[in-house]
Design a protein around this ligand. Structure first.
Ligand code: SAM
Length: 284
C-alpha cells in the first residue's frame, strides 16, 4: 500500500468528489429522518497543503485553488466552499478537508457516520484528526478493510443514506473488487445510494467496468458522471475522473447539469475539458 492521499489532496478530483458529496448530503437533510453515510476508504480526513508531500505534486492549485479564487462561484458551491473556508479562517488556503471531515461537518446528531481506512499510519492520523469533530454518531474502523466494512455494516438501521467507495486503484483488481462490492452491497441495502469514484486514465478499463456493472442482475438505476479536465494522453496519466452512482439522490440528479458545467469550466486544464453524464442503468 504505497498510495497516500496527501499527495493529491484538494486536486480537481477531490473537488469533483466532495462537491457532489455535499450536494447529496444536503439533499438528504431536507427531511428530518436520520441518514447513514459509510465512507469505505476514508484517508486521513484532514490535509496540510503546506506539507512537503502536498508541495511535491502541487495539485491543489488546479483544484480547490481555482474555486478558492473564484469570486463568482455559484450558490450551489457555497456549502462545500464554506467547509473549506472554516478550516482556513485566516483567509489563506493551507488546509483541505478529506471526505470524513466534510461529511462530519454536515451530519446531524441523529445521523450515523461510519468510516474505514486500512493503512496503519493513516488509520492513526484519521482517528487523531477526527477527535473533537464528532457531530453525529461516528464510528471509525481503522485499520479496517473498506470492502469488509460494507459486509459488516450494511444494511444500517437508517433507511436512507449513502456509501462512498473511493479506493486508491493501486491494485489491478480494484475495478473487479468494486463490482463485487456493489453486487453484494445492493443485496444488503437495496435503498442505499452507492457513489464510486474512479480515475479516467485507461478508457479500456473504464469501458470494461461499465460493462461489468451493467451485467449485475437487478442493478438499480445507475448514473455514470465523467469530468475530463484535459486531453487524454497515455504518457501523462490521469486526465479526468468520474462517479458511478447507484441510486443517485434526486437532488444530485437535478443539479448535475449546472454542477458539471461549472466544474468543467473552472477546472479545465486545456480546451478539450468537458463533462458527460449518462445512465448505465435507466430508471425503470
Ligand atoms: N475518501 C478520501 C477523501 O475523499 O478524502 C480519500 C481516500 S484515498 C483516495 C484512498 C484511501 O484508501 C487511502 O487512504 C488508502 O490508504 C485507503 N485504502 C486502500 N485500500 C483500502 C482498503 N481495502 N480499505 C480501506 N481503505 C483502503
Amino acid at each position: 500500500m504505497n498510495y497516500r492521499h496527501i499527495y493529491h489532496a484538494g486536486n480537481f478530483a477531490d473537488v469533483f468528489k466532495h462537491l457532489l458529496l455535499v450536494i447529496a448530503i444536503d439533499y438528504y437533510k431536507q427531511k428530518n429522518k436520520p441518514i447513514c453515510v459509510l465512507d469505505t476508504h476514508g484517508g486521513i480526513g484532514l490535509y496540510d497543503l503546506t506539507s512537503e508531500q502536498a508541495g511535491k505534486t502541487n495539485e491543489y492549485p488546479e483544484g480547490i485553488g481555482r474555486l478558492w479564487n473564484d469570486a463568482d462561484a455559484p450558490a450551489f458551491v457555497e456549502p462545500y466552499l464554506n467547509i473549506v473556508k472554516e478550516l482556513n479562517e485566516h483567509g489563506e488556503l493551507t488546509a483541505y478537508p478529506g471526505s470524513p471531515w466534510v461529511v462530519q461537518q454536515l451530519l446531524r446528531a441523529h445521523d450515523r457516520h461510519i468510516v474505514s481506512e486500512l493503512h496503519t499510519d493513516d488509520a492513526v492520523a484519521l482517528k487523531e484528526n477526527l477527535r473533537g469533530q464528532r457531530h453525529s454518531q461516528l464510528e471509525v474502523l481503522a485499520p479496517f478493510d473498506g470492502y469488509e466494512a460494507l459486509k459488516a455494516k450494511l444494511p444500517p438501521a437508517e433507511k436512507r443514506g449513502l456509501v462512498l467507495i473511493d479506493p486508491p486503484f493501486e491494485s489491478v483488481h480494484e475495478f473487479d473488487d468494486i463490482v463485487t462490492a456493489i453486487e453484494h452491497g445492493i443485496k444488503r441495502w437495496a435503498a442505499g445510494s452507492f457513489a464510486v469514484w474512479f480515475p479516467l486514465k485507461d478508457d479500456e478499463k473504464v469501458g470494461d467496468f461499465y460493462r461489468q456493472l451493467r451485467d449485475i442482475a437487478g442493478l438499480p438505476k445507475t448514473l455514470a458522471i465523467e469530468l475530463m479536465v484535459k486531453e487524454p494522453n497515455p504518457t501523462t496519466g490521469l486526465y479526468g475522473c468520474g462517479y458511478v452512482w447507484v441510486n443517485p439522490p434526486y437532488g444530485v440528479q437535478q443539479q448535475l447539469p449546472d454542477v458539471m458545467n461549472y466544474l468543467q469550466r473552472i477546472l479545465a486544464q486545456d480546451s478539450s475539458a468537458h463533462a458527460r453524464t449518462f445512465w448505465l442503468v435507466e430508471e425503470s
